[in-house]
Design a protein around this ligand. Structure first.
Ligand code: IPM
Ligand code: MG
Length: 365
């Protein structure tokens, strides 16, 4: 029996609700699949801990995560804590320390979900955005001087390293190569940003030579928003800087129907460190405690986690269960215009997992 050690960090707001739902589904999946088991350790890291103890996680926090096979993360951010503190104190502290440099964000229209784009369908909107996850605009370089004075100055320096750009390009080309269309769009802004972004473009062209079967093109980030909206079918895999992909992935999630559904994987491709999986939606304090958070983003993130762990059959069953549930409008949470609750969606996914696994085991005999 394969055993996976999973670190669960629910964090803040609805993070706690969706991670509880995710772990419930995962337990049922492991039990019915019967080929692997999970050992889950919970971490109470987040804004509550910051308020009571002065730190979002324990001092050796990221180090403690190193021995796990994967990390399941909910959300961080609370109304009474400045966002830049919570982000840098927890999520970025983990991603950067564990060198999770490839952030993978699929966007696809699931059954039963409608896109705000009139003609978008599951067939013509099926993207994966690869976000550089350790440097660029989120490198943390900069500072403030002469605070409060008229001559106050603040810098926020984007940092691009050859090593950092090469490895994310290589990851994106490889991923594009694995997808049926073998099509990659490299997003840039090298018309205005003439140093980092020009190097980014040059490195893309160099890495492309190693992947001759991947068709690739280059797109300015502003024009990319137009292309995503007007010609979604021309896009497949996308690679962009930390900030550009942050923005484009929100647009992608909205065009695919709801930010409540979108998943993310923060990957350390070399597997020197564990990778971290999380829904995109954030802590959403406006709906916290109401029991209506959409758990689908967490379930889909778990699909990515299972794929990363090599549990492809379990991943496929979970994705199928998710699609069966989204296809049913009475199981849509309020973010999708419905009135379902976190627990009704979770129960439905759990039921679907049980019957799918039973079916596949029957047909396997
Ligand atoms: C995301 C989020 C974060 C980011 C926020 C919470 C700082 O928007 O994961 O896309 O910008 O990275
Ligand atoms: Mg974002």
């Amino acid at each position: 029996m394969r055993t996976y050690k999973i670190a669960a960090i629910p964090g803040d707001g609805i993070g706690k609700e969706v991670i509880a739902a995710g772990l419930e589904a995962l337990a049922v999946l492991a039990e019915s699949n019967g080929e692997f088991e999970l050992s889950i350790e919970h971490f109470d890291w987040g804004s509550d801990r910051y308020i009571s103890q002065g730190a979002f996680m324990s001092e050796d926090g990221a180090k403690r995560l190193e021995s796990f096979d994967a990390i399941l993360f909910g959300a961080v951010g609370a109304p009474d804590v400045p966002d830049h503190l919570s982000l840098w104190g927890l999520r970025l502290a983990i991603c950067q320390t564990l060198d999770q440099y490839a952030n993978v964000r699929p966007a696809r229209i699931l059954p039963g979900i409608s896109s705000p784009l009139r003609d978008a369908t599951a067939q013509n909107l099926d993207w994966v955005i690869v976000r550089e996850n350790t440097e660029g605009e989120y490198a943390g370089q900069g500072g403030r001087s002469h605070r409060g004075l008229p001559e106050e100055v603040a810098t926020e320096v984007s940092l691009f390293t050859r090593n950092g750009v090469e490895r994310i390009m290589r990851f994106a080309f490889k991923l594009a190569q694995l997808r049926p269309r073998k099509l990659l769009t490299v997003v840039t802004k090298s018309n205005a940003q003439r140093h980092g972004m020009v190097m980014w473009d040059e490195i893309a062209a160099q890495i492309a030579e190693d992947y001759p079967d991947v068709m690739w093109d280059k797109m300015l980030v502003d024009a990319m928003t137009v292309r995503m909206t007007m010609q979604p079918e021309t896009i497949d895999t996308v690679v962009a800087t930390n900030l550009h992909a942050d923005i484009l992935s929100d647009l992608a999630a909205a065009l695919a129907g709801s930010i409540g559904i979108a998943p993310t994987a923060n990957i350390n491709p070399e597997r020197t460190y564990p990778s971290m999986f999380e829904p995109i939606h954030g802590s959403a304090f406006d709906i916290t405690g109401k029991g209506v958070a959409n758990p689908i983003g967490t379930f889909w993130s778990l699909v990515m986690m299972l794929e990363h762990l090599g549990e492809t059959a379990a991943a496929a069953s979970l994705m199928q269960a998710i699609e069966q549930v989204t296809a049913e409008p009475s199981l849509h949470t309020p973010d999708l215009g419905g009135s379902a609750t976190t627990s009704s969606v979770t129960n439905a996914v759990v039921d679907a997992i049980r019957s799918l696994v039973a079916q596949s085991q029957l047909s396997g005999v």
